[in-house]
Design a protein around this ligand. Sequence first.
Ligand SMILES: C[S@@+](CC[C@H](N)C(=O)[O-])C[C@H]1O[C@@H](n2cnc3c(N)ncnc32)[C@H](O)[C@@H]1O
Length: 365
Amino acid sequence: MAKFFVVVPLRFEDLALEELKQKIQVHGLVIDSVLLQSGGIEIETAESTGFFLNYVLKIPTRILLRMESFKVKDFTKFEKKLSQITWNNWCDYGQVVWKVESHGSRLFHKKNISKICERVFEKYRVGQPLKKQALSHVQNIFIRLVDDICQISVDTSGEALYKRGYKKFISKAPIRENIAAGLLWYLSESLNGSLFDPMCGSGTFLLEACQMHRPNFYRSYSFEFFRGVKKQRVQEMFQAEKEKGLKLFGADIDSVQIQNTRNNFLNIEYDGVELFSQDAFSIQGRNVDIVVVNPPYGERIKPIIAFTKLIQTLLKELNPHSLGIIVPKKYYLPNEKVGAYSLDKTLSFKNGGLAVKFLVFKITD
Ligand SMILES: C[S@@+](CC[C@H](N)C(=O)[O-])C[C@H]1O[C@@H](n2cnc3c(N)ncnc32)[C@H](O)[C@@H]1O
């Protein structure tokens, strides 16, 4: 059994746990223990299962494998403990980057801690030359000291998991893929029927909606470089779910964004998407099941648009059973009832450093 820490954006921990439980069930995974924490989920499971989660979980940012944990108050012990690690199990290729964090500990000088790590690793490598392939691979090692307890973890993901690999065309203010996936979970337990993003930009919500239950084999992951790992064996753990046949619609006032979304969809095999250029305020009489929208707001895109009018227009003209909209945290809806709809729930979070909230409206009458 190995211990993993699944790193999750703050405020998305509960949703990530729901997603984990669902994917454990679908893929028939065996997980020994699950512990929800602020900023992530700690799990105990077989190594291959922890690695596999990189392919199927959409909300986490990365997955760390816990290597060592020990109490330490001086550099001599720190260096000794580091020297005992069989580094080549994880760092056979390329370059190692040390990510150091220290809180309330005697060893607090991050540069000095990193220097020791580099020294120990160089010494280790004298007798253990690098593998020739993939010299450009970067392996992150996380060193975290809290109250003199040092936790060493190896990154199994590599690039952050929200970098999906298939989204090459990006709009001005895109939402992070894992945040978009989390908001879709929050909005609707099962993405069925039709989903419309009337301000789709480069199509993040649309792409996330159709990839929610598909594995991400479009990029590489650090664990694929670990010694003894057979990538194909790990990929074989994937159990396909019955496709839900979700119909996607995306619009944007800017035709360049529509072209971006179209290009992004070319990289994945999904033909259930319809894209068009339109002003969201002049949308008329369509029926869709779910609407999700990330309008321009805050300092990023000016001017701040009329959120109340947008909510009213989309609910009236699209008749969805659920609508989710991202608004600045300081925005307050004058009335929690909008026609036949009412504000069902709200999730506050940070989007690109800005305090925002996701309002979910559901039909009540
Ligand atoms: C914050 S971005 C959305 C980003 C998108 N969620 C993504 O991840 O790429 C807002 C988008 O709304 C579009 N937009 C602004 N005003 C609009 C309007 N009146 N009707 C439709 N789209 C509009 C912009 O062109 C921009 O692409």
